[in-house]
Design a protein around this ligand. Structure first.
Ligand SMILES: [Cu+2]
Length: 293
């Protein structure tokens, strides 16, 4: 004897509405940190002109994923409860059934969900990667195992970092090279690498971009909040990758100009090219040694 069909009820619709309400209430009661989706940075101010957009995309994607997740988990639990084995069941239920509308639904619905996520991601990534605006400042960043060089192209000065290579030295931040940026000015970064693939990442800016040998990547951003931020390499690039760190100081225009003057006073005028490759040095050392033998 087959079990009777369970009574058709409005339970799934009610369940969905209830779960959505829980998500909304939970989020509205949350602190700023939670509303920012635990993203790095500050909840008092936007650190760049792009952080609000990125947080909004991140938060929207999580809410969408949670709603889909809750509906899915809810339906699974509902099926387990509604179609559980009853005492009077002593034969297997029908094992194969076709329900064309249901099958059409579960093809169309995921396509729709991916479409929505794609639309918003594409909209925001296009805006973030737009480099058509005129930048106030051009900075070339060069990644190298395991530090950074910054060429301030408009100001004809450079900063060069040196990696602390002591064994077991995790690399202390105070010793790291510092990138200065004037606040509220649009900076265009050009990213290059001398050796292997690195990734230029300032977590508080909520953005990173790969630095690929032989290929120059570009992006623009306007830091909008003065402060000191951490920067790091986000692409595993060898033994000391984890200590390939730098500081970022977003300062007033005056402070920035002072820093550029300091660099020039130290003799760091001009810019460092891609020719100073550690790999080339290693190569020439090896060749010399071979020549000695
Ligand atoms: Cu690296």
């Amino acid at each position: 004897m087959h079990p009777e069909h369970p009574r058709r009820t409005r339970r799934p619709a009610l369940l969905t509405a209830g779960l959505a309400a829980v998500v909304v209430v939970a989020l509205s009661g949350c602190s700023d940190v939670v509303q920012r989706g635990w993203m790095p940075g500050s909840s008092d101010a936007e650190i760049t002109d792009q952080t609000a957009r990125i947080v909004s995309l991140w938060r929207g994607s999580w809410i969408a994923a949670l709603i889909v997740g809750l509906i899915t988990w809810g339906l699974i639990l509902w099926c387990v409860a509604a179609y559980r084995k009853r005492k009077s069941d002593n034969v297997l239920p029908v094992q194969l059934r076709y329900h064309v509308p249901l099958e059409v639904m579960y093809v169309i619905l995921p396509i729709f969900m991916v479409g929505v996520l794609f639309y918003y991601t594409n909209r925001d990534v296009t805006a973030i990667q737009d480099t058509s605006a005129e930048a106030n400042l051009h900075v070339q960043v060069i990644g190298k195992q395991w530090s950074w060089d910054f060429n301030y192209l408009d100001d004809d000065a450079y900063e060069t970092g040196e990696h602390a290579q002591g064994v077991g030295d995790p690399g202390s931040l105070e010793d790291q090279v510092t990138l200065y940026l004037p606040v509220d000015e649009r900076v265009e970064f050009t990213l290059d690498s001398r050796d292997v693939i690195h990734s230029f990442w300032i977590p508080s800016f909520l953005y990173k971009m790969d630095m690929i040998p032989g290929k120059t990547n570009t992006f623009q951003v306007t830091p909008t909040e003065e402060g000191t931020y951490l920067g790091k390499c986000a692409e595993l690039c060898g033994e000391y990758h984890s200590s390939m760190l730098f500081n970022v100081k977003v300062v007033s225009r005056e402070e920035y100009d002072e820093h550029i003057q300091d660099l020039k006073d130290k003799g760091q005028e001009g810019s460092l090219g891609l020719e100073y490759s550690r790999l080339q040095d290693l190569h020439s050392v090896t060749t010399e040694e071979e020549g000695d033998n």
